[in-house]
Write a protein that binds this ligand. Structure first.
Ligand code: SAH
Ligand code: SF4
Ligand code: F3S
Length: 456
C-alpha cells in the first residue's frame, strides 16, 4: 500500500541533495512524496544549524507537526516524525527528549540507515499525556563506511541536478558549525561520481552542479591509480566529456582552494558556466584573520583577477557576514570597499549569529543587534545596486537559457542564463527542459525578462 512522505528541507543545496536521496531510499518502501503534512504517514524535517534563526524555525515547525500528528491519531491514523540534518546532528538526543512525539533523530552522515531505523522504531506516543510509549531512535554517527556506497541510484532526475562530490569541512572558520555537523572533509572517488553523473545525464539531466561544503578542496581517488588524486579542475575536464551534459557548475568554494588547474578550467572548458560563488565573508584583514579564513582581502582580489583573466566575462557571487565580533566601522567600510572593487552579480549577506560551541561565539566585543542591522542594510543596498547593474549589462544581448520551470503566469517560462540570472519569457510549455536563445529586454534586481530568438 502506498504511504505518504512529507519532507521539508532547510539550509544549503547539500540538504536539498540529501532530501532527494531520502526520497530515493524510501520509495522502495512504498513512500510517495506529498506536499502537505496533513496526509503524511511520515514527516521528515531536514534541518539547518547555520544561524540561530534557521534552528528556531525547526522548533516552531515541530510544534505544528505535533498538532497534525495528534489530529491524525485521533482520526485513527498516525504520522511518524523524524528530524534529520544539521540540527539533528548538533542537538541529538536532546530533541527526542524534549519532543517525545519525534520518533527519530538522525545526522547528515546517517540517513542511509533510514529504512533500518524505520523498522526499529515504534512510534507509539500517548496524545493525552504527551509521553512517548514506544522506542525513539537517535543516530548521529559519523560512520567509517561511505554512505554514498549504500544509497540507491536515483530513478528520476531534473534538467538541472545536484551531485555531491565532497562533504564536510576541515577549515574551522571560527563562526561556523559545519565542521561539527558534517564532520571531516571527505572526497568521493572519481569513478563513483562519474558514474553518478552519467546516470543523471541518461535520465535527462543537462546541467550538473557539483556540490560540497568546500567543493574546490575536492581530492578524489583517480580512476587509474589508488595512489593518485584528482582535484576539482581535473575532474571538470573529464566531466565535460559526457555527451548530453551541457552545463557544469560547482558550489561552494573557498578562496584558498582555487588552484591553477581549476582556474585554467574556467578558460578552457566551455561547459563550465561563467558564474562563480566564492564567499569572502569580510573585506577587513583583521576580521578575516579572526574568522580564520586563511587569506587577506588582497589575496582574494588576486584570485578573482586570475579567474577573470582565464574567463573575462566571469560573474562573481559571494557570502558576507556583518557584525562579526570586534568588527569596527573601519572594518565594515573595508567590506564595502572590497564589494566595490570586485563588482558582484549576486550575493548573500547575513548578520553574524552566535553559534554555541564555535570559537567566535565566545569572543569579546560582540556587536549589537542594532549595529548589525544598520550594517546589513548598507551592504545590501550596495549589493542590490550591483546586481541590478550587472543585469542591465545583458540588455540587448542574446542569452542561452536552460528552461527549468514553467513560469507563474500562463504561457510564461523561466530558466537560468549562463550567469545564473533568473530569466522570464513567453514560450510554449514543450520548451521546458530545453536550451533556448533569449534576447534580454528588461533588467530588474533579481531577474531579467526577454523573448525567444531561436529554438533548437
Ligand atoms: N562552505 C561555505 C559556506 C557554508 S555556510 C563556505 O565556506 O563558504 C554558508 C554561509 O553562511 C557562509 O558563507 C557564511 O556567510 C554564513 N554563515 C555561516 N556561519 C554563520 C554565522 N554563525 N552567522 C552568520 N552567517 C553565517
Ligand atoms: Fe564553514 Fe568555513 Fe568550512 Fe565554509 S569553509 S563550511 S564557512 S568552516
Ligand atoms: Fe545548514 Fe548544515 Fe548546510 S548547517 S548550511 S544544512 S551544511
Amino acid at each position: 500500500m502506498s504511504k505518504k512522505l512529507y519532507i521539508k528541507t532547510y539550509g544549503c543545496q547539500m540538504n536539498v541533495y540529501d532530501s532527494q536521496r531520502m526520497v530515493d531510499l524510501l520509495s522502495p518502501l512504498g513512500y510517495e512524496v506529498t506536499e502537505t503534512p496533513n496526509d503524511a504517514d511520515m514527516a521528515i524535517l531536514n534541518t539547518c544549524h547555520i544561524r540561530e534563526k534557521a534552528e528556531q524555525k525547526v522548533f516552531s515547525d515541530l510544534g505544528r507537526l505535533r498538532a497534525v500528528k495528534d489530529e491524525r491519531i485521533q482520526n485513527g491514523a498516525d504520522m511518524m516524525i523524524a528530524v534529520g540534518g544539521c540540527v539533528a546532528q548538533a542537538e541529538g538526543a536532546e530533541i527526542i527528549k524534549q519532543a517525545p512525539y519525534v520518533s527519530m533523530v538522525f545526522g547528515p552522515q546517517a540517513y542511509h540507515k533510514l529504512p533500518e531505523m524505520i523498522a526499529k522504531t515504534t512510534r507509539e506516543y500517548d496524545v493525552k499525556s504527551g509521553k512517548r510509549t514506544g522506542i525513539g531512535i537517535v543516530n548521529t554517527d559519523f560512520p567509517t563506511e561511505s554512505k554514498f556506497d549504500l544509497l540507491p541510484q536515483p530513478t528520476t532526475s531534473t534538467v538541472s541536478s545536484f551531485l555531491s562530490v565532497q562533504e564536510g569541512c576541515d577549515n574551522f572558520c571560527t563562526f561556523c558549525v559545519v565542521p561539527y555537523t558534517r564532520g571531516a572533509e571527505y572526497s568521493r572517488p572519481v569513478v563513483d561520481i562519474l558514474k553518478d553523473a552519467r546516470h543523471l545525464v541518461s535520465l535527462g539531466t543537462r546541467e550538473i552542479t557539483l556540490l560540497g561544503q568546500n567543493v574546490n578542496a575536492y581530492h578524489g581517488v583517480s580512476p587509474t591509480s589508488n595512489d593518485v588524486e584528482w582535484g576539482l579542475g581535473r575532474f571538470i575536464y573529464e566531466l565535460a566529456e559526457i555527451d548530453g551534459l551541457e552545463r557544469i557548475r560547482y558550489t561552494t568554494s573557498h578562496p584558498m582552494d582555487m588552484d591553477d588547474l581549476l582556474i585554467k578550467a574556467h578558460g578552457d572548458v566551455g561547459k563550465l558556466m561563467p558564474f562563480l560563488h566564492l564567499p569572502v565573508q569580510s573585506g577587513s584583514n583583521a576580521i578575516l584573520q579572526s574568522m580564520n579564513r586563511r587569506h587577506t582581502s588582497d589575496q582574494y582580489i588576486k584570485v578573482v583577477e586570475r579567474l577573470r583573466i582565464a574567463r573575462p566575462d566571469l560573474a562573481m557571487s559571494s557570502d558576507f557576514i556583518v557584525g562579526f565580533p570586534g568588527e569596527t566601522v573601519a572594518d565594515h567600510k573595508a567590506t564595502l570597499g572590497l564589494v566595490r572593487e570586485i563588482g558582484y552579480a549576486q550575493a548573500y549577506s547575513f548578520k553574524y549569529s552566535i553559534r554555541p560551541g564555535t570559537p567566535a561565539g565566545a569572543m569579546d566585543l560582540q556587536v549589537t543587534e542594532e549595529v548589525k542591522s544598520e550594517r546589513l542594510a548598507e551592504l545590501q543596498t550596495l549589493l542590490n545596486e550591483q546586481q541590478l547593474q550587472f543585469n542591465q549589462t545583458k540588455i540587448g544581448l542574446v542569452q542561452r537559457v536552460l528552461v527549468d520551470r514553467i513560469g507563474k503566469r500562463e504561457g510564461q517560462l523561466s530558466g537560468k542564463t549562463p550567469f545564473m540570472q533568473s530569466i522570464y519569457f513567453d514560450g510554449n510549455q514543450r520548451l521546458s527542459g530545453e536550451m533556448v536563445d533569449v534576447m534580454v529586454e528588461k533588467a530588474f534586481a533579481n531577474s531579467v525578462t526577454g523573448s525567444v530568438v531561436t529554438v533548437d
